[in-house]
Design a protein around this ligand. Structure first.
Ligand SMILES: [Zn+2]
Length: 208
């Protein structure tokens, strides 16, 4: 929003009556240098959000579902611990929005743009948070069940985000073996196995 206002302001300054052609050109170039990188960042951000939305739609089965990435300005004042969020209505309804923190979206973006082959643990967790919130959008309210379903669906998320099946399996297995054991009790269940019915990426079978 701020970027749109700044761009409008820049256009106004360049088009201001009475300027010489040379002055207009100087102003236009100055604003181009200042604003172009911001528009480029904005486009990257929207691409990440669109890819995450695609995942939420596919995993939840709700065509109206989407992901909302927190903006940098919002992250500045954000004090909650949650890395993602889905609202529930008092009437029993579930919001179609999977809300994700700035850091979560940033890590998903960096992982997608960084070749996807060697994710950091933070990136593994960020991709999983997206899957986890998609399970809530699907209607699952229990944290332990949503977490288990998400782990079984992580491989599918990874493929939907453009990675290979091998990368999908590797990321999902890493979450299962490195992150899941460290979660608090409310998020874990002894009944959970990584090879549930949801872990199948588009194409073929389950984990090896
Ligand atoms: Zn949750």
């Amino acid at each position: 929003m701020l970027l749109i206002l700044l761009t409008a302001l820049a256009v106004g300054i360049v088009a201001w009556p009475g300027r010489t052609a040379r002055a207009r050109l100087v102003w236009a170039l100055a604003f181009l240098v200042l604003l172009a990188p911001n528009w480029w960042m904005e486009a990257r951000w929207l691409r990440t959000q669109a890819a995450a939305s695609e995942v939420v739609r596919a995993l939840s089965g709700r065509p109206e579902a989407y992901a909302q990435c927190q903006r940098f300005s919002g992250a500045f004042f954000y004090a909650r611990a949650a890395t993602g969020w889905v609202e529930y209505g008092e009437d029993g309804s579930t919001s179609p929005e999977a809300w994700l923190t700035y850091e979560t979206c940033q890590r998903i973006r960096d992982w997608r743009e960084g070749g996807r082959s060697a994710p950091t643990e933070q990136q593994v967790v960020a991709v999983h948070v997206l899957t986890h919130e998609a399970m809530h959008v699907k209607g699952e309210r229990s944290e332990a069940v949503a977490e288990c379903m998400a782990m079984q669906a992580d491989a599918r998320t990874v493929v939907l985000l453009g990675a290979t099946r091998a990368q999908a399996t590797a990321l999902a297995q890493r979450y299962w073996s490195e992150v899941y054991p460290r979660l608090s009790d409310g998020y874990r269940t002894g009944d959970c196995r990584p090879d549930g019915p949801l872990d199948q990426a588009p194409g073929d079978g389950a984990w090896p």
